[in-house]
Design a protein around this ligand. Structure first.
Ligand code: F1P
Length: 357
């Protein structure tokens, strides 16, 4: 898993994407370190000053951190049964009354930013301070964001790459951990603790198959998923775009039938992140796209023989943890589509995006 498509020799690909590959294969160790840090942190002081169940939780970020916000909102709704939603930081800046209506004083925003420097996120922090709204910051680097609130969770992740891998996975694990902790779901925390060794098992099983698969090149790429896996499909597509300048799309799996399937040909890769809850209906889309001639990749916790045979690459997770705790593992199974480019140095992109004005 975690390798590159493209026409260059594997040796050159390794050199070009070395940092990204190291990042992917280093995930289990990073997750372990974060889980340890979370176990040693007093999370109560990060919570709103009254009953956390009485708040509307709003998760805010840009780019990868916005997709992470969506996965976090789904996790909070599912684990803690609190109202939760996700918005890009720019939405709050441009349409504040849609997202922070004055008639709803019980909002608790969670600002997510690896760098703690993205200007839209910092501006949202300033708006919240002006309005006297308490908020939590989740970050890896800390920086200016951490100075805006005493409720800051700074994770022990140092990531030099532009593309966010460890930061995404560890901030998602941390937010799920917080939701589970305040919902009293100790079983879920146990499930998160099982993930690092499970991922090592999956690397052993699937790394070489995936590398073989990844030697092909595709004209178009699309990733499909539903429910809490949908933001993971968004993130996988973003990673493909960032690391290979290939336009990648994402759809809710069943939506793909309503028009977008017109793009399907043997030069198109359709990746399906199959949930357990929606397996029958989502896998029917995979089977249909294979019949239409697409190249297919599927990730599922368990396959049936028919579904497995419709996937050119089938990655079976076999994880004995709740579906929601598996999200982060689907993410690691992403591919950087390489077209003679260096996935460590995305075109037109810097590690921090700062907008003037
Ligand atoms: C957000 C972000 C990333 C993107 C790129 C530029 O950063 O948009 O999602 O991949 O690295 O920055 P941050 O606010 O989480 O630091």
């Amino acid at each position: 898993m975690g390798t590159y498509f493209g026409s260059e020799s594997m040796e050159n690909q390794m050199k070009a994407g070395e940092r990204t590959l190291r990042e992917i294969y280093g995930q289990p160790a990073v997750w372990r370190r974060c889980l340890q840090a979370l176990a040693n942190t007093n999370l109560d002081i990060l919570m709103p000053d009254k009953d956390p169940f009485s708040f509307q939780w709003i998760f805010v970020g840009c780019g990868t951190s916005y997709y992470l916000a969506q996965a976090a909102a789904a996790s909070f709704k599912d684990l803690a049964a609190v109202p939760a939603n996700a918005v890009p930081a720019s939405e709050i800046l441009l349409f504040p009354e849609l997202h922070l209506p004055v008639w709803n004083p019980t909002v608790f925003p969670v600002l997510i930013s690896r760098s703690g420097r993205t200007s839209e996120v910092l501006e949202v922090g300033e708006v919240l301070k002006e309005r006297g709204i308490q908020f939590l910051a989740v970050t890896c680097d800390g920086n200016e964001l951490a100075e805006l609130t005493h409720r800051t969770l700074k994770l022990p992740v140092v990531e030099e790459s532009t593309v966010m891998t460890s930061s995404f996975s560890s901030m998602l694990i941390a937010l799920q951990y917080i939701a589970a902790k305040f919902a009293g779901r100790l079983d879920f925390i146990e499930a998160l603790n099982a993930l690092p060794s499970e991922l090592n098992r999956l690397f052993e099983l699937y790394a070489s198959q995936t590398e073989d698969f990844a030697r092909q090149s595709f004209e178009d790429v699309t990733f499909l998923a539903q429910g809490p896996l949908y933001p993971i499909a968004e993130e996988v597509s973003l990673k493909i775009m960032e690391s290979s300048s290939t336009y990648a799309q994402f759809f809710h799996s069943l939506e793909f039938r309503h028009g977008p399937k017109s793009i399907v040909s043997e030069k198109v890769l359709v990746g399906c992140l199959l949930s357990e809850a929606g397996f029958a209906k989502e896998s029917a889309v995979l089977i249909e796209m294979k019949e239409l001639g697409a190249a297919t990749l599927a990730i599922a916790n368990k396959f049936t023989p028919a579904v497995r045979s419709s996937a050119d690459l089938a990655i079976e997770l076999s994880l004995g943890v709740p579906e929601l705790a598996r999200l982060v593992v689907y993410l690691v199974c992403y591919f950087g589509l390489q077209k003679g480019l260096d996935p460590d140095s995305p075109r037109n992109l810097s590690r921090v995006v700062t907008l003037a004005g």
